[in-house]
Design a protein around this ligand. Structure first.
Ligand code: NDP
Ligand SMILES: CC(C)CCC[C@@H](C)[C@H]1CC[C@H]2C3=C(CC[C@]12C)[C@@]1(C)CCC(=O)[C@@H](C)[C@@H]1CC3
Length: 344
């Protein structure tokens, strides 16, 4: 029997996969149906086999979805409506940081400045990215991290906004999300060099907007920050740095926990806030909070809410009065998404 249906995007590796492992290993796992939404089906099958290896009785299904592609998201949403009559949790976790450029000079300057802890906790000032354009004509980072997820939410309304039932959206944001990297004049961060930070800030904003509009329909949205976790995404930041060197550096990285509890380091620890939210009553959560996975020097993992960094009134209005204007700016080419924007 199915009690709860959980959809996880980007579930085949890193934090998404660790979340799936932790949910299946928890006491509430009975009656849980996990649907892994992945773009790469080979990796998705490998992830499913690994999960079933540890939990043979688990209900784990796969769904092909590329969050950067409008048509892929639309067909995945149709497929979900055929398979399920409700979704209890939707983890919007898939994300990319393409072509990261690590500024070594800024890193060494930062080491000897008063903002050294902020630098380690947020990566602020030392990382930029070179973005691409998707076949739909959207900026790759925004399309993958934000738009595809938002489109999915809109398309899944019949499954997640049902009378007498609550559903939770949980976004994997980042402490790298910075208000100053986001601009309503350039909502896809076409002109800047920090699309990752910008897209994560936009997801914080969008979560807020979704709460304003959808709470009355029983849909609740939260954002989490997993901390700094060693995953494919972070290995990509220093590509010339082989994985074994990271392993050698582990004692140093553990030591940095003395100064910042954001060095969660393992996907298991990084998934802490995602698991914590699974066990909360969404009506009791603060819609303006961001839930951080943190790990103490002694390796104890816990979740702590912190306020989303304040936003300017005009940006907040744009996002929270109605999602429609926000969405229309995101997709100026309204005709391709006619039926979606038409529904707003
Ligand atoms: N690692 C860290 O320190 C931090 C990570 N995060 C966020 O955590 C989330 C998970 O990343 P993490 O586990 O670290 O990294 P991984 O690279 O291990 O995981 C990213 C997941 O997203 C999937 N993905 C990427 N692009 C798409 C796409 N277009 N369509 C569908 N799935 C896609 C990947 O699939 P595939 O295998 O096909 O590439 C993969 O399963 C991201 O949103 C990231 O921004 C936030 C803060 C810190
Ligand atoms: C001693 C080590 C060799 C030093 C590593 C330096 C940097 C590579 C890391 C220091 C802080 C890290 C960090 C991130 C990436 C790697 C660092 C810059 C992130 C930006 C990764 C993605 C996120 O979303 C952030 C929350 C991370 C913040 C910290």
């Amino acid at each position: 029997m199915i009690n709860k249906v959980v959809l996880v995007t980007g579930a085949n590796s890193g934090i998404g996969l660790a979340l799936c492992e932790r949910l299946l290993g928890s006491q509430d796992a009975e009656g849980l149906h996990l649907c892994l939404a992945c773009r790469n089906m080979r990796r998705a099958h490998a992830a499913r086999s690994a999960l079933l290896g540890a939990h043979p009785a688990a209900q784990v299904t796969l769904l092909q979805m590329d969050t950067s592609s409008i048509s892929s998201v639309l067909s995945a949403a149709r497929e979900l409506q055929l398979r399920f009559n409700r979704l209890d949790y939707v983890y919007l976790n898939a994300g990319i940081m393409p072509n990261p450029q690590f500024d070594l000079k800024a890193f060494f300057r930062g080491l000897f400045s008063s903002s050294v802890i902020t630098m380690f906790a947020t990566g602020e000032g030392i990382l930029t990215q070179k973005d691409g354009v998707t076949p739909d004509g959207l900026q790759e980072v925004f399309a993958t991290n934000l738009f595809g997820h938002f489109l999915l939410v809109r398309e899944l309304e019949p499954l997640i906004c049902q009378p007498g039932q609550t559903s939770q959206l949980i976004w994997t944001s980042s402490s790298n999300a910075r208000r100053s990297a986001f601009s309503v004049e350039d909502v896809q961060h076409r002109k800047g060099s920090e699309p990752y930070s910008s897209s994560k800030y936009a997801s914080d904003l969008l979560s807020l907007a979704i709460n304003t509009r959808y709470n009355k329909l029983g849909l609740y949205s939260s954002v989490i920050c997993p901390g700094f976790v060693m995953t494919n995404l972070t290995y990509g930041i220093l590509p010339s740095f082989p994985a074994f060197l990271w392993t050698l550096l582990m004692p140093l990285l553990w030591l940095i926990r003395v100064f910042t509890n954001t060095f969660t380091l393992t996907p298991y620890n990084g998934a802490e806030a995602l698991v914590w939210l699974f066990n909360q009553k969404p009506e009791r959560l603060d819609p303006r909070a961001k839930y951080h996975s943190l790990t103490s020097v002694l390796g104890h993992s816990y979740t702590q809410p912190r306020q989303v960094s304040p936003i300017t009134l005009s940006t907040f209005r744009c996002a929270s009065n109605d999602v429609a204007p926000f969405f229309l700016i995101l997709f100026p080419d309204g005709c391709r998404l006619g039926h979606v924007t038409g529904a707003l």
